[in-house]
Design a protein around this ligand. Structure first.
Ligand code: FMN
Length: 316
């Protein structure tokens, strides 16, 4: 998620869920090819496994960017066909690509030829007035035929004219039944469901309906302790939420290393806002993080001193 799941966020999330597949923000393929590649692709080995999400629609460029990403150690290359923002549309990628299933299939083929790691596509159920199941199924079929390793479905349409990206994550209704139907028609296509999944109960229902995986967006960011609950429920029954002490200790150690390389403390602590979301101390914790951010001499050790604010309040 743009501006949210940067490498600092992912480092933190990995502490909560050792096996969840974490995704980068969308990186434009051209930027990977011509930009500050080392900075854009950098991640800490502890974040692994991480999937790299690319934006683009030029098969050659995407193949090259995918190869660079795979060589950098990313575990999966994902193509964004779901982002509705203006900026993305003018570059001819994101959700508007749902109208071009064959072009996307060519991108998938070229990327698959270029890497050994899985190549996946994240899409919507439709765009604008094309929200019928047949439109979606045609798009999915083209990607399946191209050998896509999984389809990740944000199960609502994107309205390219008239709705902001935020509204496009809220207003078009969720249609999980598209995912269930596709999965029943194409059982061999791996399907990961995304959109509005806020807890274990919902995820259990989707698995029971046949999907292969679930992807959490906002819920995982806003209530990161959920990640630990998902890890325990679906991956490792012996896993439990780390203690507040252990978490803060790990984050302080990470922040020390990062500050030495020039990272600002706030770049790390801003992702911790939801750590005790829902508990009675949540506001005091957020205020504390805000204060840290404005101190010019902010040191990681300040976080350790905040242990009493967090202790006993971690819960999904
Ligand atoms: C701040 C923000 C940034 C996002 N950036 C991306 C992105 O870069 N790539 C992408 O595929 N989806 C992006 N999304 C969409 C989410 O991945 C997800 O599909 C959407 O929020 C619905 O899932 P949720 O209800 O679990 O949040 C973003 C969402 C938010 C809130």
């Amino acid at each position: 998620m743009l501006d949210w799941t940067d490498r600092h966020c992912r480092y933190f999330h990995r502490l909560l869920a050792p096996h969840a597949l974490l995704y980068t923000e969308m990186l434009v393929a051209k930027a990977v090819l011509h930009g500050d590649r080392a900075r854009l692709l950098r991640f800490d080995p502890a974040e692994r496994p991480v999937a790299l999400q690319l934006g683009g629609s030029d098969p050659g460029e995407l193949a090259e960017a995918a190869a660079i990403g795979a060589a950098a150690g990313y575990a999966e290359i994902n193509l964004n066909c779901g982002c509705p923002s203006e900026r993305v549309r003018s570059g001819a990628f994101g959700a508007c690509l749902m109208a071009e299933p064959d072009l996307v299939a060519s991108c998938v083929r070229r990327m698959r030829d270029a890497v050994r790691v899985p190549v996946t596509v994240k899409c919507r159920i439709g765009i604008d007035d094309r929200q019928d199941y047949e439109f979606f199924a045609r798009f999915a079929a083209a990607q399946a035929d191209a050998g896509v390793d999984a389809l990740i479905l944000h199960a609502r349409a994107a309205i390219l004219k008239g709705l902001s990206p935020k509204q496009n994550r809220e207003i078009p209704p969720l249609r999980y039944e598209y995912a269930y139907r596709l999965k029943s028609e194409r059982p061999s296509l791996e399907l990961v469901l995304n959109g509005g999944i806020g807890g274990l109960e919902a995820a259990r229902g989707h698995f029971a309906a046949g999907v292969d995986g679930v992807m959490l967006g906002r819920a995982a960011y806003q209530r990161p302790a959920l990640l630990a609950a998902f890890e325990r429920e679906f991956i490792d029954p012996d896993w439990s939420l780390p203690s507040a002490e252990a978490l803060l200790e790990a984050i302080v150690a990470y922040a020390r290393r990062e500050l030495e390389r020039g990272t600002r403390l706030h770049a790390i602590t801003r992702h911790l806002q939801g750590l005790i979301a829902g508990s009675d101390g949540a506001r005091a914790w957020r205020r504390f993080l805000g204060e840290i951010a404005t101190r010019p001499d902010a040191r990681p050790e300040l976080l350790a001193a905040a242990l009493p604010l967090v202790r006993g309040r971690l819960a999904a």
